[in-house]
Design a protein around this ligand. Structure first.
Ligand SMILES: NC(=O)c1ccc[n+]([C@@H]2O[C@H](COP(=O)([O-])OP(=O)(O)OC[C@H]3O[C@@H](n4cnc5c(N)ncnc54)[C@H](OP(=O)(O)O)[C@@H]3O)[C@@H](O)[C@H]2O)c1
Length: 236
């Protein structure tokens, strides 16, 4: 398999990159990052990308070359660039926070999908998985809070579903999936781990192994779905 991981500098993206590079059925892992360091290894090919520069993104992705059998988009943010957020109450919400969260969690993955589409085979299986979050489920939302993050992940889920409908017509063997990685011990979750039982806090390697097992089992009939780390479907 030829694979690409966007966000390979992140906790989960890095672990997925390392796990893929260790597999016998993987020939290349193209490990992309905006500015962070990515894992190193014999089958790992680092690259840089910026989702705000469409032409530059197209260029970076085209350099990977076709075909891509697996694309994992592991980017996203819970707090803002200035460290604030997520909101506990509506009065803390700002238009700037919404714009920033939508840019990082919904718009950036969608622009990656747009750039990657020409590299996806029409006659064989591929998977394009994006890391989403259970809190982006509208049907599952009973706790409230985290307005901008939740809404941006709900938008991501809708984008993935919409792209899946389109790809089913042109790429019948392809699968688009949005995945909830569990609560994972990374920089993103570090400030919010209080109260999470130890057996519910995954290491990045545990989450990566679980997510790749889910990805391996996905079929075109699953395309457009939102799935948890254990393979269970999550309500929209
Ligand atoms: N950790 C959890 O408990 C948890 C739970 C549910 C869902 N998730 C989701 O899982 C995904 C990965 O999270 P993580 O825990 O691995 O976080 P992380 O360690 O903070 O990594 C996040 C990665 O996203 C990249 N990134 C953020 N915004 C970007 C943008 N606009 N363009 C390019 N790269 C961008 C960062 O790149 P730079 O280093 O270049 O900034 C970094 O590589 C996120 O989508 C998150 O919402 C995580």
């Amino acid at each position: 398999m030829r694979c690409a991981v966007f966000g390979a500098s992140g906790g989960i993206g890095g672990a997925i990159t390392r796990a893929l590079a260790a597999r016998d059925d993987v020939s290349e892992v193209h490990a992309g990052s905006r500015h962070g360091a990515v894992p190193q290894g014999p089958r790992i090919h680092p690259f840089r990308f910026d989702t705000r520069d469409e032409a530059g993104l197209d260029h970076a992705v085209a350099a990977i070359g076709a075909p891509l059998d697996l694309v994992v988009i592991a980017i996203g943010r819970l707090t803002r660039a200035d460290g604030s957020g997520p909101e506990k109450a509506l009065r803390q919400l700002s238009a700037a926070a919404l714009a920033e969260q939508f840019a990082d969690n919904a718009i950036a993955p969608a622009m990656i999908a747009r750039a990657v589409l020409p590299l996806l085979p029409r006659q064989s299986r591929w998977v394009m998985a994006t890391l989403s979050a259970r809190v982006g489920s509208i049907g599952d939302n009973r706790l409230g809070g985290w307005h901008a993050y939740r809404a941006s992940k709900a938008a991501l889920n809708m984008l993935w579903r919409t792209i899946a409908v389109e790809c089913a017509r042109t790429h019948p063997h392809g699968v688009l999936a949005a995945l909830h990685p569990g609560t994972v011990n990374t920089a993103l979750s570090a400030p919010f781990q209080r109260g999470v039982p130890a057996d519910k806090l995954f290491s990045p390697d545990q989450s990566a192994a679980a997510l790749l097992a889910v990805i391996d089992r996905l079929t075109p009939a699953d395309s457009g779905g939102l799935f948890a780390w254990d393979g269970s479907a999550i309500a929209w």
